[in-house]
Design a protein around this ligand. Structure first.
Ligand code: IPM
Ligand code: MG
Length: 361
């Protein structure tokens, strides 16, 4: 089949890791008889440098014209980059928020898995990490605080800023349905995370999630307050299967979950709407400090490409081949710098791409 993929190399290490993901996808195409049709678009800082804005209408149109979008990373060093002298709505991150909204990508799936081969990198005590964990954070991505009305005013010489957190029941219902659907394919447990002891939006969240749960009698539902969840993630991450939560809580908890795996360079993500379309990107950022040095870990982007094969293109066999390649290369002891440990062989970003592509087919 023909796979129309719009790529956003972006900023920092983005272009290097996208190059390796294409290498692996091309090999998948070769071995399984698919044609990869790529279109590259600019977003974030790379778009600011050329067009003066982080996301153009043409870029959105190119993304919409594809079956899926594969993204590297966007953003730079906020302390030094000129991009951060611009007003907030013109900075790199605004491009990412803009494309999520423009494409209606309300469901963000962030798996956090402890790889057996990388268990040594887990920063938790061995008695905790020994149990292993495999969770998926289902984060609402186009509502809540990040998209609510905001303003900064001055009243009687005092500066005052305001952000609003709004959810309607339909926004909550559709992400809850996604969360329960995916739980049915996993360990059938949903932990819905909120701050219902304080926030109205959380109380509505909780009651809508309970309504949705009635359609999934096989799934065990529990509610957890977000502060407790932050603690439980380091106390016993093995208790989680699907964590279902709103935008900002999911942003924070997914960073924490990825740190707990000890290998953020390995974690993929998918942002989906109600069709098969999706935007796939690593969970990590643009790492400007190591950009251009060929030392980044391309695996998170390559595993994001595997998620793309599975969710958008329904190519389970091909996705599994990519995931198996990652496991095989790790088993053989090859490591990029971020996951390097004693007795392993250190490889560059492009070498890792070569090794993975070789394993396909
Ligand atoms: C993420 C990032 C973004 C977010 C930023 C860059 C706007 O932190 O994808 O988690 O907050 O959603
Ligand atoms: Mg984040």
């Amino acid at each position: 089949m023909e796979l129309k993929i719009t790529c956003i190399p972006g900023d920092g290490i983005g272009p290097e890791i996208i190059k390796e993901a294409k290498k692996v996808l091309d090999k998948v195409g070769e071995c399984y008889g698919h044609q990869m049709k790529y279109t590259d678009i600019l977003m974030g800082g790379a778009s600011i440098d050329v067009h003066g804005v982080p996301l153009t209408e043409e870029a959105v149109a190119a993304a919409k014209a594809a079956d899926a979008v594969l993204m590297g990373s966007i953003g730079g060093d906020a302390a030094n980059s000129p991009w951060y002298q611009l007003p907030p709505e013109l900075r790199p991150e605004a491009g990412l928020l803009g494309i999520r909204k423009a494409l209606g990508l309300f469901a963000n799936l962030r798996p956090a898995v402890l790889y057996k081969e990388l268990a040594g990198a887990c920063p938790l005590k061995e008695e905790i990490s020994a149990k292993g964990f495999d969770m998926l954070i289902m984060r609402e991505l186009t509502g809540g605080l990040y998209f609510g009305e905001r303003k900064t005013v001055e009243e009687n010489g005092v500066r005052k800023a305001m952000d609003t957190l709004t959810y309607d029941e339909n926004e909550i219902r559709r992400i809850a349905v996604k969360g329960f659907d995916i739980a049915m394919k996993r360990k059938k447990k949903v932990t819905s995370v909120d701050k219902a002891n304080v926030l109205d939006s959380s109380r509505l969240w909780r009651s809508v999630v309970e309504e949705v749960a009635k359609d999934y009698p096989e799934v065990a539902l529990e509610h957890m307050l977000v502060d407790n969840c932050a603690m439980q993630l380091v106390r016993d991450p093995s208790q989680f299967d699907v964590i279902l939560t709103e935008n900002m809580f999911g942003d924070i908890l997914s960073d924490e979950a990825s740190m707990v795996t000890g290998s953020i360079g390995m974690l993929a993500s998918a942002s989906l709407n109600d069709t098969r379309f999706g935007l796939y990107e690593p969970s990590h950022g643009s790492a400007p400090d190591i950009a251009g040095k060929d030392i980044a870990n391309p695996i998170a982007t390559i595993l994001s490409a595997a998620m793309m094969l599975r969710y958008t293109f329904d190519l389970d066999r091909e996705a599994a081949a990519v995931e198996a390649a990652v496991e095989a290369v790790l088993k053989e002891g090859f490591r990029t710098a971020d996951i390097m440990s004693q007795g392993c062989e250190r490889v560059s970003c492009s070498q890792m791409g070569d090794l993975l592509a070789e394993k396909i087919g």
